[in-house]
Design a protein around this ligand. Structure first.
Ligand code: GDP
Length: 440
């Protein structure tokens, strides 16, 4: 996500840091590079202009220039202003005091409405709500099937009846919510390739028949400033309350995330970061700003770690690192814990400095991790505890059992031994540096 922008910004700040003391002109020159980076990321040019004039005013201040680490000061100012630019605070989905809460999802075709409807239903369900979904995108027959399949997957009822118009379906959704005692009605609406009058009229009629508590515009983050134009057009006709930015896991450049709030005044409430039903998160401007600057999303990582990791297990295993007892059982257990945080490539993205270390991302290959796990799973308990007993015939058996090759088994054993040696040396303080982990 935003890799290109992050790389450019990091290069600029690195240059500034290497200068040590900075003059006002140095800062201005650095900010010029920031301007190019933002424009290249397809951020609206008026937004860029205003943003930079605010940043510059603060960043050339004497207290920044005179500080011990002026470049850090500039980064902090940029981060704070980026946060404000994206809305500053987390904006929650508002729930009606008198249920059911009615939430419409609107947007162009392919933006991710249907997927987001199901993701949001799942999120609300996890928060203890009782959602119901309405399949009102009747013009794209696959959309109804898609929503019904997703509904089954997450165990949320879907309202649809052939022959009913979208307006009637919305009303039917409300009726059903009363009958089934559901407290949220999520309406997946029809999209078109472009903003068009017929579509808008239909959406307006639906809102008249069943007024909304939230009307969320779903936009594809990869479309950059087009997303901003779409948002402005929808906002003219509909009572939009927020935006869902989808496909942030793809190669979105950043333009939409950084411009939409400022240009349209609409808060980004949620972001989609994958095709699966659980890939939806509240939009957190401060974390996003840190991530854009390559400062990593350590907070998200820590939160995930707190939720999913077994601390006792990790502590127990960690004690053995660097001792002769560290074996494949420990490694397997730790790998299992790390995997709970999500695909390794994603975890790495959240770590500070990783934007610049993209080349290492290729070193962790999630399939590679699966193969390593398969190899370890094919070992007997004895072999895991005492890897030294794994001779030629055992290697062949392990390779066959795990669907890998003897070469791969050999490589893992060699890397594991190297890692063990290095860890021992590191523990004894003889050598610094990270051993290559046997993950690929
Ligand atoms: P709709 O026409 O607006 O209802 O769009 P869909 O929900 O059918 O989504 C269009 C495509 O985008 C589908 O292939 C989805 O799987 C995909 N998609 C939706 N949201 C995301 C996301 O956050 N990340 C990724 N990678 N794909 C997404």
């Amino acid at each position: 996500m935003f890799d290109n922008l992050t790389e450019k910004l990091q290069a600029t700040f690195k240059r500034m840091r290497s200068q040590g003391r900075l003059t006002a002109d140095d800062v201005r020159e650095g900010l010029r590079d920031v301007r190019f980076a933002l424009l290249e990321a397809d951020v609206n040019f008026k937004v860029v202009k205003e943003f930079l004039s605010q940043v510059e005013e603060e960043a050339v201040g004497q207290d920044v220039l005179d500080s011990l680490t002026p470049a850090q000061g500039v980064v902090r100012i940029v981060r704070d202003h980026l946060t404000t630019l994206m809305g500053g605070q987390v904006e929650r989905i508002k729930m009606a005091s008198n249920p059911p809460t009615v939430i419409y999802l609107v947007g162009l075709q392919g933006s991710g409405k249907t997927t987001t409807t199901a993701k949001l239903a799942k999120m609300l369900k996890q928060q203890g709500r009782q959602p119901l979904m309405v399949a009102a995108d009747i013009y794209r027959p696959a959309a109804v099937d898609q929503l019904q399949a997703l509904g089954q997957q997450i165990d949320v009822p879907v309202v649809f009846s052939p022959g009913l118009s979208p307006v009637q379906l919305a009303q039917e959704g409300w009726q059903k919510s009363r009958q089934l005692a559901k407290d949220v009605v999520l309406v997946d609406t029809a999209g078109r390739l472009h903003v068009d009058e017929t579509l808008m009229t239909e959406l307006v009629e639906m809102h008249e028949a069943l007024p909304a508590h939230e009307t969320l515009l779903v936009v594809d983050a990869m479309t950059g400033q087009d997303a901003v134009r779409v948002a402005s057009a929808f906002k003219e006709k509909l009572p939009l309350t927020g935006v869902v930015l989808t496909k942030l896991d793809g190669d979105a450049r950043g333009g939409a995330a950084l411009s939409i709030r400022q240009v349209t005044g609409l808060p980004i409430k949620l972001v989609g970061s994958g095709e699966k039903v659980d890939a939806l998160e509240p939009f957190q401007p401060d974390r996003m700003a840190s991530r854009i600057l390559g400062m990593g999303d350590v907070l998200t990582l820590i939160e995930k770690a707190e939720q999913s990791l077994d601390k006792d297990e990790i502590e127990e295993r960690a004690k053995r690192i660097g001792t002769k007892d560290f074996n494949f059982e420990d490694f397997q257990a730790m790998l299992g814990q790390v995997k709970k945080l999500g695909p390794l490539s994603k975890v790495m993205e959240m770590l500070p400095g990783m934007g610049a270390l993209n080349k290492y991302k290729d070193q962790v290959d999630d399939k590679g991790v699966d193969r390593v796990e398969a190899i370890i799973n094919s070992m007997t308990i004895q072999e895991r505890r005492k890897p030294d007993i794994i001779d030629g015939s055992r290697r062949l058996r392990i390779a066959k059992g795990s669907g890998t090759t003897v070469q791969e088994v050999n490589r893992l054993l060699k890397q594991f031994n190297d890692m063990r040696k290095l860890m021992k040396q590191m523990k004894a303080g003889k050598k610094r540096g990270m051993p290559k982990l046997p993950l690929k």
